[in-house]
Design a protein around this ligand. Sequence first.
Ligand code: CP3
Length: 357
Amino acid sequence: MRVSTIISEAAKRSAARSRFLATLQGEAVWPPPIWLMRQAGRYLPEYRDIRAQAGSFLDLCFDPVRASRVTLQPIERFDFDAAILFADILLIPHALGQGVRFEEGEGPRLFPTITTENIRSLEIQNIGAALAPIFETVRLTRAALGPEKTLIGFAGAPWTVATYMLAGGASRDPAGLRRVAYEQPAFLEELIALLVKATVAYLVGQIDAGAEAVQLFDTWAGGLPEPLARRLSLDPMRSIARRVKALRPGTPFIFFPRGVGALASAYAEAPECDAISIDSWTPWEFARASLSSHAVVQGGFDPMLVVAGGEAMDREARALVNAFRGVPYIFNLGHGLTPDTPPAHVARLVKIVREME
Ligand code: CP3
């Protein structure tokens, strides 16, 4: 739901402070603010340097000084309007006691896979302490950012995190796990409820440390039939946002339900959803006509265009910004930047968006 109709004095003050937060509050800021999913990462040589010093990817996530530097790198290089905490959606399974490893070139490995036999061994009591270094990263980063920049916290949506916990890594067919949903509904519901609880604690910790908005990544929401999408993806995201907003009033939530097609309107219409991040397949006309009246739209730009660069990138970026002229919109991608993206293309993209007339 958009809180645009009445702009309070507090909102006006923060509008002057941050173009990103003003947009999230429903103002059609021009040109739109810009940040990019996976803006910190391997496509940046300065990231690869720190990553090599840190050791493993998990070591980097749990090293607040280095993680904070990595969070700030894309802001320093490209002057994005928002920084996103450098961490990972799989830190929650790790904090719950499941083994997590990131193998070079192979993606994440989680062990053992979660079953009805071992689900009770997951430990939620310790979650705040286990994730304390991440909160320290947020604190250091917020202190180093200018007042006009927003710090975004994040977590994975329970369904996406559950797919990794159940499959032991990136699932080849995440929606294929719906068999578990049909055959063992109580087991899956127990896992999702545990993840909702853990995620609320994690996000409240991030907000208390200085995160000003929150994004929930449901990378694998696509491919679920509507009743399952509502039950396993949308409802848990809504519960998390509702509980966090009750504990920390006013926290804006961005939902990223990747691949859900026309069902995106159900996410945008949820009262807890302040902004909806669209994937690269969502028609812009549909987003403007059917999503924009319920939630601020973010994203939609094909990450492959940033790899390609050139005329195609310039033209499509201008067309996307023009498609949302007059309504609140946050420029972003339909999914994360890939490691083969030339940093010069990212710099060019920021310039194109900033120079829109
Ligand atoms: O810059 C940012 O966006 C902030 C940090 C961030 C990372 N992961 C860092 C990361 C964020 C927001 C994520 C989210 C995330 N992680 C998602 C949801 C968004 C999406 O991309 O779909 C998912 C599904 C994950 C799980 C994950 N983490 C995978 C599948 C991988 C391996 C893939 C790969 O590229 O190797 C990771 C590792 C990871 N997370 C890296 C980074 C920078 C690469 C690790 C490295 O440096 O070796």
